[in-house]
Design a protein around this ligand. Structure first.
Ligand code: MRU
Length: 353
């Protein structure tokens, strides 16, 4: 039996390479994958060895450094041209999580701003990747603690429902939505987590429950179609989910199924919160209709494990994310504050890129 992991670090910088927890193998096997080249990092993001918006951002930052390290020239203009090619490759991995693009832009900005040699730029890029990682961990802890303050005040301890995995595995550690749940647990305010299994890739069943078990947080796994019933029965006090990209008006993209959950929560007067760092807000787009939605392999829908679950001759649609309109969101919990979706503009100046 696998021993419990006290602290989940999905991304570790060690001996000039990145160690990623292979999230495609959990919960059965806890194993890491070594990444020493930018192409390997691009593949790891695409195949979801590492996943979750902030974790994708941190990984892409290291991917940029690994790519920079591979560039042979000492000519700065040539170096910057080749670094842009690394950025193009990493940007092409997954389209929805804006943290990917945010981290790559931040790395490119550093590369362009350093007035020293190519070697000095490379050193600055590694420092920036480490900084992005350290900041994300701190940010998640702040989100967790801010989030506890806005949870409903009830005489009994809370049951919180979450969708997908917005935990330590999806970030540099601690988590966003699961970070709030973790903080609530540590503050003695949580009775249990209801984890949606999250078809088709089952991040809720495989990853969220695994994280809860590591920390001893009581967790009840439900299939996605049970959430409405659980709310109707009065089991759920609040819903908290993460986000992959939040538009300037507060419309929020997250794992497919989140939108339906928000509608159901509204119908049952259960507060629905989104927890996310400022790096997930895309002020360049005004509303959720402009968020690119990733479509993934149909196999994820028609196969469970290696078994095909429907006959030949069927067509498929497999959007990986959906957009929850701002009006369904009670509050967006960030590292600074929890705000109504319509009040996000106040964070515009605080965003680094
Ligand atoms: O496809 P995934 O597993 O990368 O999707 C992850 C999610 O939808 C998370 O909820 C989101 O990225 C926030 S992670 C803190």
């Amino acid at each position: 039996m696998m021993s419990k992991i006290t602290e989940v670090n999905p991304i570790i910088w060690q001996n000039d390479r990145v160690l990623l927890i292979d999230q495609t193998c959990l919960p059965g096997n806890y194993q890491t994958v070594e990444i020493s080249r930018s192409e390997e990092m691009a593949r790891a993001i695409k195949t979801m060895i590492v996943r979750g918006a902030p974790a994708i951002g941190v990984s892409a930052a290291y991917g940029m450094y690994l790519g920079a390290k591979e560039i042979q020239t000492s000519d700065k203009n040539e170096f910057l041209k080749e670094l842009e090619a690394v950025a193009v490759m990493l940007r092409a991995t997954r389209p929805t999580a804006v943290n990917l693009f945010w981290a790559i832009e931040r790395m490119l900005k550093v590369a362009n701003q350093i007035s020293g040699s190519v070697e000095e730029i490379k050193i600055a890029l590694l420092e920036t990747a480490k900084k992005i990682q350290a900041e994300d961990l701190e940010t998640c802890q702040a989100i967790g603690d801010r989030g506890v303050d806005v949870l409903p005040n009830t005489p009994e301890k809370l049951n919180i429902l979450t969708h997908c995995n917005a935990g330590a595995l999806a970030t540099a550690g601690y988590g966003t939505a699961l970070g709030v749940i973790r903080s609530a647990w540590r503050a003695g305010r949580l009775a249990k987590v209801y984890a949606d299994e999250t078809r088709p890739r089952l991040q809720g069943a495989k990853l969220t429950t695994w994280e809860c078990v590591q920390e001893g947080i009581p967790v009840t796994l439900i299939s996605d179609n049970m959430a409405a019933h659980c709310m109707q029965q009065g089991f759920i006090h609040a819903v908290i989910v993460g986000a992959d990209r939040i538009a300037a008006n507060g419309d929020s993209a997250n794992k497919i199924g989140t939108y339906g959950l928000a509608i159901v929560a509204k119908a049952h007067h259960v507060p629905f919160f989104v927890a996310a760092p400022l790096s997930t807000i895309d002020f360049k787009i005004s509303d959720g209709s402009q968020i690119p939605i990733e479509e993934r392999d149909a196999k994820e829908v028609y196969q469970v494990g290696e078994t095909r679950i429907c006959p030949e001759g069927v067509e498929f649609y497999n959007p990986a994310f959906d957009v929850t309109p701002a009006e369904l969101i009670a509050g967006i919990i960030t590292e600074y504050d929890t705000v109504a979706p319509g009040d996000l503009a106040k964070f515009r100046v605080q965003q680094l890129v």
